[in-house]
Design a protein around this ligand. Structure first.
Ligand SMILES: Cc1cc2nc3c(=O)[nH]c(=O)nc-3n(C[C@H](O)[C@H](O)[C@H](O)COP(=O)(O)O)c2cc1C
Length: 434
């Protein structure tokens, strides 16, 4: 029997994950710099990663993270990346609060066709209320956003089934291009959406592009248990990750789903040295380049409270959990309390990895930690977050991946063609298929 293998994603942020990463000697950067983005995607593909993932937001400010201050629309960018790659999955965020299911179904179906079945949609509800001002809408509250998301995802999935797989007959002899009997009109009239359909793109090669879910609050986990193929999550400790993993997988049974139908992939910030001291010195160097003024907006946003007026070397004051970005704010408050962190330490942590697991050490140590989480049943894989590009990614690809391969934990080569196949997920059958 072949051993269960872990999955790897590249969480691609144009200027790297550390807020000061782009300033490191030899760094390449730019969320709109296509040759750089193509290069790092190629490194991930050579290392046989399952996918590259582009996050997205719908607002900006001059104090945003350098990777996020200005960035290309991710589906447009993924279409360009699809042309220079053959195997790696191509995933991106699209909001269910500021979008239309018809558009979302269409763009991901299109990307799936263009890439030969490599598309993945990261479903997010858009945390920050300021996004509303770009759409002339009011920002729905947290739980309403998840109710909308639930209906949104089911409409998108149904639109992907507008055509049966063999509807596109293209029979030149008979002069029949499509079989109209294999086209289905959705006629959805729900609480939030009315969508007639059918979609004007045929069924995607994967049936349904891979659905990723990235919110870890209670309603977020419920949405994931019902509909997601992959979950991205921020987890800082093995114990916390294990509890999250077990809890989420247990929720799947009530939707008639098997735990293997969902891959849970926490983010992992990586920084590798020939010795642990060397890796720690690199982190130190990054931290010394980080102006607290740059890191405060990142921390305040994720906490949901402005803490810049408090003593930077004192503890985090008593603050409420944010209603905008619930699970992340909870995670950071919990970490601050359990590890007695000062605000300065929290700033350093958020400036590096925004609360995600941080793997800083030798290739062997990083591989050990990844293996430990995987073997403990705390993760099915990781979304790798290089501190900057390209060196920390190259180090991971050329030093950590071979160790994982030699331990039988990660593929030596791609076995399948589609992202679903990389992830070991079934292609959804068309509901009318016999
Ligand atoms: C790896 C990862 C990637 C995420 N990417 C995005 C993103 O691209 N856009 C976004 O608005 N939110 C993104 N989120 C945030 C989540 O969608 C969600 O808003 C946040 O985790 C809070 O979730 P909760 O309100 O369910 O607790 C991401 C979260 C994680 C863990």
């Amino acid at each position: 029997m072949t051993r269960k293998q872990l999955h790897l994603g590249l969480f691609l942020q144009g200027a790297g994950h550390h807020v000061a990463g782009w300033q490191m000697p030899g760094a390449t950067y730019g969320s709109e710099n296509l040759p750089h983005l193509q290069n790092v995607t190629r490194i991930a593909e050579e290392a046989k990663f399952d996918m590259v993932f582009l996050a997205d937001g719908l607002t900006t400010s001059p104090t945003a993270h350098p990777s996020m201050v200005a960035r290309l629309e991710p589906l447009t960018l993924l279409s360009a990346l699809a042309m220079g790659t053959r195997h790696i999955g191509l995933a991106a965020t699209a909001s269910t609060t500021y979008g239309e299911p018809f558009h979302t179904a269409r763009v991901f179906a299109s990307l799936d066709h263009l890439s030969g079945g490599r598309a993945g949609w990261n479903v997010v509800t858009t945390s920050y209320a300021r996004s509303a001002a770009n759409f002339g809408k009011a920002h729905p509250d947290h739980d309403a956003r998840y109710e909308i998301a639930d209906e949104y995802v089911s409409v998108v999935r149904a639109l992907w089934d507008s055509w049966e797989d063999d509807a596109y007959v293209q029979d030149a002899e008979e002069g029949r291009y499509i079989d109209p009997a294999k086209m289905h009109v959705l006629d959805h009239k729900g609480r939030y959406f009315e969508v007639k359909g059918p979609l004007n793109v045929t069924r995607p090669p994967q049936g349904h592009p891979v659905i990723i879910q990235a919110g870890s609050s209670d309603p977020g986990q419920e949405l994931a248990a019902r509909s997601a193929d992959v979950v991205f999550t921020a987890q800082a400790t093995l114990e916390g990750a294990k509890a999250f993993y077990d809890g989420l997988k247990a929720r799947m049974a009530k939707y008639g789903r098997n735990p293997d139908e969902l891959a849970i992939m926490p983010g992992a910030f990586v920084l590798i040295g020939d010795t642990r001291a060397e890796a720690e010195a690199l982190l130190e160097q990054l931290q010394s380049r980080t102006d607290p003024a740059e890191a405060y907006p990142l921390l305040n946003e994720r906490l949901g409270t402005d803490v810049s007026g408090y003593d930077i070397d004192g503890p985090l004051p008593d603050i409420p959990v944010s209603e905008e970005i619930r699970s992340r704010s909870e995670l950071l408050i919990r970490l601050a309390r359990s590890r007695n962190l000062t605000i300065r330490q929290l700033l350093n942590m958020v400036g590096a990895a925004r609360g995600h697991l941080m793997l800083v050490g030798t290739a062997e140590e990083v591989a050990d930690e990844i293996g430990a989480w995987f073997e403990a049943g705390a993760a099915d894989g990781f979304n790798i977050m290089p501190a900057w590009f390209p060196k920390p990614l190259e180090d991971f690809a050329t030093k950590v991946v071979p160790i994982l391969q030699s331990r039988g934990l990660f593929r030596e080569d791609y076995q399948g063609r589609t992202l679903r196949e990389h992830l070991g997920l079934k292609r959804p059958r068309h509901p009318r298929a016999t």
